[in-house]
Write a protein that binds this ligand. Sequence first.
Ligand SMILES: Cc1ncc(COP(=O)(O)O)c(C=O)c1O
Length: 306
Amino acid sequence: MPIQEVSKIWFNGKLVNWHDAKVHVLTHGLHYGTGVFEGIRAYETKRGTAVFRLTDHLKRFYRSAKIYFMEIPYSLDELREACKAVVRENGLKSAYIRPIAFRGYGEMGLYPLNSPVDVVVAAWSWGTYLGDEGIRNGIRVKTSSFRRIDVNTIPAGVKATGQYINSVLAKIEAKIAGYDEAVMLDSRGMVSEGSGENIFMVRNNVIYTPSTASGILEGITRDTVFHIAEDIGVKVVERDLTRIDFYYADEAFMTGTAAEVVPVIEMDNYKIGDGKPGPITRKIQEEFYKIVKGESEKYSHWLEAV
Ligand SMILES: Cc1ncc(COP(=O)(O)O)c(C=O)c1O
């Protein structure tokens, strides 16, 4: 689906016209994937539009930059304001917000520390990534033949642009084979995550999810699910999981800022449970939407008004 263009993009400290937010073709990050980014959502709430866990996303942004020795030339407060400004100034009621910092134009070659760091924050209206039908009725996933990058190959726990070529391969393979999403295994063959989502399964009323040792991104939606599970009295266990564990599972679901909370009803042609979204998945979804839409007092601090 084409990007729904709006009017302004925050580009190195200024709001510029959407079509003027351009870089040189010899931008370092374009050639070598030397960028870090975030994906954040703003939701329409009763108290106006608010960004969900904005500060937590920005903290991860700085963590990602640290791994690549990238000094972001703006403070967290400045970027927080930039994220809010692109929603506000473009008149968006709800939005997907994309901050990105990348090594810019200056030097080529693999040592990036002499290249400038450019920072951009864009926002646009983006429906749920795996579709409303997926949210309602669940998706079919396929184990990818491409393994998730090992934590000692590229630190997968941070969001660097270059590492996403791994996810792109898995996503293409799954889509061509007729599935909605890929599930990648780690280098040991344990389930890691989707191409852009964390994954969970439920068995005997306990939620299981792979740990950070499996090369996952520490998802903010994943962390939100941990809080919800505690509130509804369901235990969460982080441990190694095989794909066979998922074939036996009663329920499964994926989480991510773009995808939100999506039931998984089939994996590698095996029905999960009875092949319908399960009750714990439904409860987690319900609580998640209450939180992001500002209907939960307990988590109102996670919503930052624009
Ligand atoms: C590879 C990968 N895993 C997991 C996630 C979910 O993370 P979050 O819930 O913070 O969006 C994302 C999306 O950002 C992702 O790209």
